[in-house]
Design a protein around this ligand. Structure first.
Ligand SMILES: *[C@@H]1O[C@H](CO)[C@@H](O)[C@H](O)[C@H]1NC(C)=O
Ligand SMILES: *[C@@H]1O[C@H](CO)[C@@H](O)[C@H](O)[C@H]1NC(C)=O
Ligand SMILES: *[C@@H]1O[C@H](CO)[C@@H](O)[C@H](O)[C@H]1NC(C)=O
Ligand SMILES: *[C@@H]1O[C@H](CO)[C@@H](O)[C@H](O)[C@H]1NC(C)=O
Ligand SMILES: [Zn+2]
Length: 958
């Protein structure tokens, strides 16, 4: 999947809520961070007492186990589905279907287990399926069939045994609900020309294919799919493979179309997709005749919103063909934008589905941040066409390799399509530092999990997390850096060749990379790829490397945000890593050093008084760096005198490392605050974004205390030159800067300047908004600046501004524009408007279900909205729990959003009461998040007690 809902990647800046200055990344960061802290704070609180989980039933029956037995192996499926896009007499939308699967018996057995969830199966002679033998084999009779709901199986017991190496045909007929639940085969509704449209679409990953038709629903159980869809004449059906025949037939007394698709390649069930819609498309053919199409609502296509995606899809496909040294395995590549979609995007083989904001671009209303998101997501999904789809990891415990890989190479594909955007460096912000934040907790987990640790759908769903995506990406980038990219790509190519159309485990990739190393003269590793990488993937966390430039000593230590943390999880490597350290001395790049033990002396790192050492050059390694105070001083004065001597990404690193070392009490908080002094002269995006995230942590901690005023004054001074600089280069805000990332920096300048009260800023944004209100058909606000301007103006205004924004939101035909308005509406300071807006989230006619929890999150990031959102969710707990609580990853995000500002003892008491009051219902997939919230609040109380005064003093004297 594309980075899902829980990471709205690359949109951090665009979606920034100015008034509250609360970046979601920071929320995520502090949430998980504090879960960790409190775990160790159990000494002084009862925060860590988890609700007792129900004791799992111990059973040795195969149908009580979540994993399929290895006795049967599916070969191909024939699936025919007919979604009804009108409500039936019972007020329900349904689909009917038939499915046959040809499977081979591998081990003698009298039991068939096949996944089936929420399907009503037709009975044949009292049984839910029919079984036949193929090529002259007689199948044993069915003895008994039933559903094992917990493990989501249709269980079929046979009178006799199936014979090894023989093939059988299992046939079912069924009815399912075409619900609006965003899972399996589901329906989506949208308005077009005043008319309600209904389409049928799918989302199978991770365990929802079984909700569309009975299947062996594990990624390693690859098979060929013959899919047929039945639908109304005016609709179009799409699936993974090319349609080979459409015919008009009479069914149930009406004319319908039957669309038959060619056989797919051998593939996993979670990559199956089918859609029935009246969407339009634009297309192109690449040099080898692969058909590329972009699909969306007719209006969006007519509007040209698919053009940008079409422009970049082909170059990205070409790039990956070269990079993987393997041609694109299918004959077509459809990209489809869906009005209702839970994940960011889904890499269904041949038919990739996206949220509209991840595929559609409208030059008149979309920001360049929206454009960047499109190129990143398309690149991520297309990377999966090979890595993930052609070769699939056998089980979900290795999800990190699939998602980490795509999250790394998406930057390479995006860079190829948009070479002037400086995409490759942005991985520092959007993956590496994001992973650092959650991986510095004792509750983190290793990238690689044992197969037997991941079983239930909920456990599988939990794998789609920041560690898998972002740490995976950062660690693979480090690997590619120390192997060099050609060696990395070579190993990758031979890995894909060996496992094409099959499945693998992570160590298979290491084998192939090692082979590439062995075949390449000049690449010298201190240990094998396995030995080096095992330390990064089998133990959680990462090191802080400490360099003492007085002695040249270099040492490593597991970095933990909580200094007194007790690490309960044992590691066979004792939390030591083999660390590749690229570094520079003054302005000279030095030879790479491998730190292979706890501590060593590296004489070249001992430097004289006027030199400095900077380690982790270009932040190619997954570790933080600390220095002796003398070296810190020299680095800071280098930043003050001429910061450009230090590479851009390392400036972001210095800021982020310093703040986190301070939060871990390794260095003084005032040293960290000093790293923001040079920002007066900084004009680059990546360091500013890193700084902003760390500042936000302070804003949300202190915006209700006396520190706030002093902090405002300081940051106002720091951002003023940036604001003036952008005023100048944009001819007084009438043009956008030409550089891609400069456009991001401009947004930071405007947003931070307005929120700290730089003179002239608010007047500017409010006058733009007023102009728009006076002439709604001519929005003069540049798309890049809209999030900031809308939020600021709605925060400053009242009901009139809000209602205008709401009207524009309802009229918005471009999803990216709607998102900006939806989050800006949360910026108002008027309580009744906020309360009414909260009510809207329970009404899908007003706020789409896919957007409800993130809307509440936006409201909660508003200082006025937070207590309202908290009360609202508590009051409607049953509704939210039913709607989102059982497996949706948006649910845990909801809980962390509504509690992230908590930092007082009173709020802690409230949280604990909430936990107690709802212990009956439970917290479903939000259990961890609630625990984190309690622990986070506990930790903040402690941190504030120790640091508030020095922070206040520093801001007052700065
Ligand atoms: C933990 O809870 C128990 C029972 O409610 C109470 O007796 C005890 O004092 C609490 N401990 C701390 C450290 O708060
Ligand atoms: C499944 O569908 C394929 C393609 O239409 C067909 O050739 C095959 O005979 C079908 N198999 C069965 C058992 O019906
Ligand atoms: C499946 O059967 C149950 C029980 O008879 C019924 O309530 C439900 O509506 C049926 N679902 C569909 C999609 O027909
Ligand atoms: C797509 O590419 C064409 C040709 O290079 C260009 O004219 C057009 O502006 C591009 N469209 C978008 C939305 O970038
Ligand atoms: Zn993915």
């Amino acid at each position: 999947m594309g980075k899902g809902y829980y990471i709205s990647k690359n949109l951090a800046t665009a979606a920034m809520v100015l008034a509250a200055i609360a970046l979601l990344t920071i929320i995520a960061l502090s949430v998980v961070y504090n879960r960790e802290k409190s775990k160790n704070a159990a000494k002084f609180s009862n925060a860590t007492i988890l609700p007792v989980p129900p004791t799992p039933k111990t059973s040795n029956e195969p149908w009580d186990k979540y994993r399929l037995p290895d006795s049967l192996s599916p070969q191909y499926y024939n699936v025919t589905l007919w979604p009804r896009l009108v409500m039936n007499a019972n007020g329900m939308y349904i689909f009917t279907g038939t499915s046959g699967v040809m499977f081979t018996c591998v081990k003698k057995t009298d039991l068939i287990l096949i996944h089936s969830n929420k399907l009503n199966l037709t009975l044949f002679n009292g049984h839910h399926a029919k079984l036949a033998g193929l090529s002259g084999v007689t199948a044993p009779a069915i003895k008994k069939t039933w559903f094992q709901t917990e493990t989501q199986y249709l269980v079929i017991q046979l009178e006799g045994k199936l014979k090894p190496e023989k093939s059988y045909w299992l046939y079912t007929e069924f009815t399912g609900e075409l619900a609006d639940d965003l899972e399996g085969f589901y329906r989506s509704e949208y308005m077009e020309d005043g008319e309600k449209k209904i389409i049928a679409i799918t989302q199978m990953q991770a365990t929802y294919a079984r909700k569309a038709f009975p299947c062996f629903d594990e990624p390693g159980m690859k098979a060929v799919f013959h899919i047929t869809l039945i639908h109304d004449l005016e609709m179009t059906a799409l699936s993974n493979s090319q349609e080979i025949k459409t015919e008009k037939v009479i069914m149930d007394g009406t004319y319908v179309t039957r669309t038959i698709f060619g056989p797919t390649k051998k593939m996993s069930t979670y990559l199956v997709a089918f859609v029935v819609s009246d969407f339009a498309y634009i297309n192109a053919k690449d040099k080898k005749g692969v058909s590329v199409r972009i699909w969306a609502r007719k209006k969006a296509i007519e509007d040209g919103q698919g053009n940008y995606a079409l422009n970049i899809t082909q170059p990205i496909l070409e790039f990956f063909e070269k990079y993987y040294n393997t041609s694109y395995p299918l004959s077509k590549s459809d990209q489809m934008a869906l009005p209702d979609f839970n994940a960011g995007a889904m890499e269904n083989w041949g038919l990739v589905t996206y949220r509209e904001t991840a595929l559609l671009y409208d030059p008149r209303t979309s920001a360049n941040g929206n454009k960047q998101r499109i190129v990143s997501v398309v690149s991520h999904e297309l990377a999966h066409m090979w890595f993930g789809n052609l070769v699939t990891l056998k089980w979900w415990n290795d999800l990190w390799l699939n998602e980490g890989f795509a999250s790394y190479v998406e930057y390479l594909g995006a860079d190829y399509a948009e070479p002037t955007w400086n995409m490759k460096d942005q991985i520092i912000l959007y993956d590496l530092q994001r992973a650092f934040a959650v991986d510095s907790l004792t509750s983190s987990h290793p990238l690689s999990r044992k197969e037997e640790e991941v079983n239930t759908p909920a456990e599988i769903s939990e794998m789609f997390n920041t560690i898998s995506y972002s740490k995976g990406a950062a660690v693979l980038r480090m690997l590619s850096e120390f192997l060099t990219e050609p060696v990395f790509a070579k190993g990758l190519g031979s890995y894909l060749k060996q496992f094409a159309f099959g499945s693998s485990v992570y160590s298979d990739l290491w084998d192939h990379l090692q082979k590439a190393v062995d075949q390449t003269p000049g690449v010298n590793l201190p240990y094998s790829v396995h030995e080096i990488m095992n330390r990064w993937i089998l133990q959680m966390g990462y090191p802080v490397v400490t360099i003492d430039t007085q002695t040249g000593s270099v040492s490593q230590k597991h970095f933990l945000l909580e200094p007194e943390a007790v690490v309960e999880r044992k590691s066979e490597f004792s939390y030591e890593w083999f660390v590749p350290i690229k570094w520079m001395k003054k302005d000279q790049v030095q030879d790479q050093l491998w730190l292979l033990q706890k501590s060593t002396i590296h004489r070249p790192m001992k430097v004289s008084k006027n030199e400095w050492v900077l380690a982790n050059l270009n932040v190619s390694g997954y570790f933080r760096v600390n220095y002796d105070l003398g070296n810190w001083d020299r680095l800071l004065s280098q930043l003050d005198s001429n910061h450009e001597v230090i590479p851009v990404v390392n400036r972001a690193q210095i800021l982020d490392d310093a703040f986190n070392l301070a939060r871990a009490s390794i260095i003084n908080i005032t040293l960290a605050l000093r790293t923001t002094k040079y920002l007066l002269n900084e004009r680059e995006y990546i360091p500013w974004e890193a700084a902003l995230r760390n500042m936000n942590y302070f804003f949300q901690l202190f915006d209700r205390s006396e520190v706030y005023g002093a902090m405002q004054t300081y940051f106002k001074k720091q951002v003023k030159p940036l604001f003036e600089y952008f005023g100048t280069i944009s001819s007084n805000w009438t043009r956008v800067p030409t550089g891609h990332t400069d456009q991001f920096t401009q947004i930071i300048a405007l947003s931070l300047a307005c929120s700290t009260g730089v003179e002239g800023c608010r007047e500017l944004t409010r006058s733009w908004f007023k102009k728009w209100m006076q002439n709604p058909h001519n929005n003069v606000i540049h798309p890049n600046l809209r999030s900031t301007v809308y939020c600021d103006a709605i925060a400053a205004g009242g009901a009139e501004e809000w209602n205008f924004g709401w009207q524009m939101f309802q009229k918005a035909t471009v999803a990216a524009e709607a998102v900006k308005l939806r989050s800006a509406l949360a910026c108002t300071k008027v309580p009744w408007l906020l309360n009414r807006y909260l009510e809207y989230t329970m009404n899908p006619e007003k706020i789409r279900k896919q957007d409800a929890t993130s809307t509440i999150g936006s409201i909660a990031s508003n200082i006025i909205g937070q207590p309202l959102a908290w009360d609202f969710v508590r009051a409607n707990w049953d509704y939210f729990f039913k709607a989102y609580g059982t497996g949706s990853f948006t649910f845990s995000r909801l809980i962390s959003d509504i509690t992230y500002r908590f930092c007082t003892p009173f709020e802690l008491t409230q949280l604990k009461r909430f936990q107690k009051d709802n212990a009956e219902t439970g917290f479903g997939s939000g259990t961890q998040a609630l625990q984190q919230a309690i622990e986070k609040t506990t930790a903040k109380i402690k941190w504030l007690a120790e640091n508030k005064e020095p922070v206040l003093q520093w801001f007052l004297s700065a």
